[in-house]
Design a binder for this molecule. Structure first.
Ligand SMILES: NC(=O)C1=CN([C@@H]2O[C@H](COP(=O)(O)OP(=O)(O)OC[C@H]3O[C@@H](n4cnc5c(N)ncnc54)[C@H](OP(=O)(O)O)[C@@H]3O)[C@@H](O)[C@H]2O)C=CC1
Ligand SMILES: CC(=O)[C@@H](O)[C@H](O)COP(=O)(O)O
Ligand SMILES: [Mn+2]
Length: 396
């Protein structure tokens, strides 16, 4: 079998490094064609030395210069490119079969669209790209004849629990139930959330992840983004998307059928499992993850969103359903506001509980009209970011 040639967008991140780990377990099956990062020169250099990709792209121009100098000093053949256009180029390159989309945030949308239009197998970890792109993203997938496969653990679980034929989903499925860990503050008094530090927010109880998604898990905005992501991936209306808190993260999500049967996917919390599934689909390959040991599984518990003060503790979650029912483009505004607010929290410019205030203020201030193309979408994203910064300035 000819090796599958892969571009890993965001190769220095949590998903990126896990992807390279899975790929390394299957020499001959996969080959790395291109890698990308924003600023981490040392790690990208080490990955280039090990994997010898044809291209390495850095979002930051200074970092690209430093990487090129060091590759030359070590006589490594990888060609360095810089900036957003270069990301699109390695995503759409004719020699590429598979693109792992593991950039964090809306910055990943344009290369995802490029991969979609070029008809690649697109492994989507970058949920923000779909939350921003919505139907426009799906149109690009259809037009390009791409194969979109979910990598987010919940969506991989749902995909594994659904019937093979998407045409039967609407008729056979009653609802999708996304599980949520509840993050590090699941049992905290809501009033204490104003004291939360970035370090506390990034300490997820079950998963080791990048800082942005870790903060999103702590506010449960991650689950809000995932409800929106599920709507676009699986085509069910907002009222057929449910969330239940499951603190152990053993059940990664579930599908409830018309006859009330529930089909779920379970496993240890290790992203190499959905990554291996996306890479090899429809086959299964070794991921390197530890198997679940049911004899040592102490507990699997569940909490309703309407119990234990969760609605007050996690007010942002509801915005997912509100934005899905509002004007198309609202989910892009929510995402932009949240990216800006999370960055401000990590920079200690706002408090943890103010992330939600910024999101709400931005949603109510930005007028949304249905975006017709990528230019419209990017303009809406930029307006929402500017508005979110204004809301932050009013808070501080
Ligand atoms: N981590 C996880 O377990 C999961 C993550 N996801 C999703 O996957 C995506 C990646 O998450 P994660 O791996 O945790 O994030 P990380 O922060 O660990 O990694 C992000 C990657 O993107 C690069 N990057 C950051 N900003 C830019 C930019 N503006 N332009 C180009 N590249 C950029 C980073 O480069 P550099 O290292 O140089 O900064 C890094 O390679 C997110 O959308 C997240 O929601 C989904 C499910 C689980
Ligand atoms: C690993 C993964 O997919 C994350 O999105 C994870 O699910 C976060 O967990 P919670 O958002 O449920 O805390
Ligand atoms: Mn997830």
């Amino acid at each position: 079998m000819k090796p599958q040639r892969i571009t890993v967008l965001g190769s220095t991140g949590s998903i990126g490094t896990s992807t390279l780990d899975v790929i390394a377990r299957h020499p001959g099956r996969f080959e790395v064609f291109a890698l990308s990062a924003a600023r981490q020169v040392d790690l990208l250099l080490e990955q280039c030395a090990r994997l010898r990709p044809a291209f390495a792209v850095m979002a930051d121009a200074g970092a690209a210069r430093r990487l090129a100098e060091r590759l030359e000093a070590e006589r490594l053949p990888t060609r360095v490119l810089e900036g957003p256009d270069a990301l699109e180029r390695i995503a759409a390159h004719e020699q590429v079969d598979v693109v792992m989309a593991a950039i964090v945030g809306a910055a990943g949308l344009a290369p995802c669209l490029a991969a979609a239009r070029a008809g690649k197998r697109l492994l989507l970890a970058n949920k923000e790209a779909l939350v921003v792109g919505g139907d426009f993203f799906l149109d690009a997938v259809r037009a390009g004849g791409a194969r979109l496969l979910p990598i987010d653990s919940e969506h991989s679980a749902i995909f594994q629990s659904l019937p093979e034929d998407p045409a039967s989903w609407d008729e056979q499925v009653d609802k999708i139930i996304l599980t949520a860990s509840g993050g590090p503050f699941r049992t905290w008094e809501p009033a204490r959330l104003r004291e939360v530090t970035p370090q506390q927010a990034c300490a997820h109880p079950n998963w080791v992840m990048g800082r942005k998604i870790s903060v999103d898990s702590a506010t449960m905005m991650n689950k809000a983004l995932e409800v929106i992501e599920a709507h676009y991936l699986f085509g069910l209306p907002p009222e057929r998307l449910d969330v239940v808190i499951h603190p152990q993260s053993v059940i990664h999500s579930m599908v409830q059928y018309r006859d009330t049967s529930v089909v779920a996917q379970l496993g240890t919390p290790d992203m190499r499992v959905p990554i291996a599934y996306g890479l090899a689909w429809p086959q299964r390959i070794a991921s390197g993850a530890q198997a679940l040991d049911f004899s040592r599984l102490a507990d699997m518990s569940f909490e309703a969103l309407d119990s234990r003060g969760h609605r007050e503790r996690f007010p942002g979650l509801q915005l997912a359903w509100e934005c899905l029912r509002a004007q198309p483009g609202s989910t892009a505004v929510l995402n932009a506001a949240n990216e800006v607010a999370v960055a401000a929290f990590l920079d200690e410019r706002i408090r943890f509980d103010q992330i939600h205030s910024v999101n709400l203020a931005t949603l109510s201030a930005v007028q949304v009209s249905k975006p017709q193309d990528l230019t419209d979408l990017l303009a809406l994203d930029a307006r929402a970011r500017a508005q979110a910064e204004e809301s932050i300035a009013c808070l501080t």
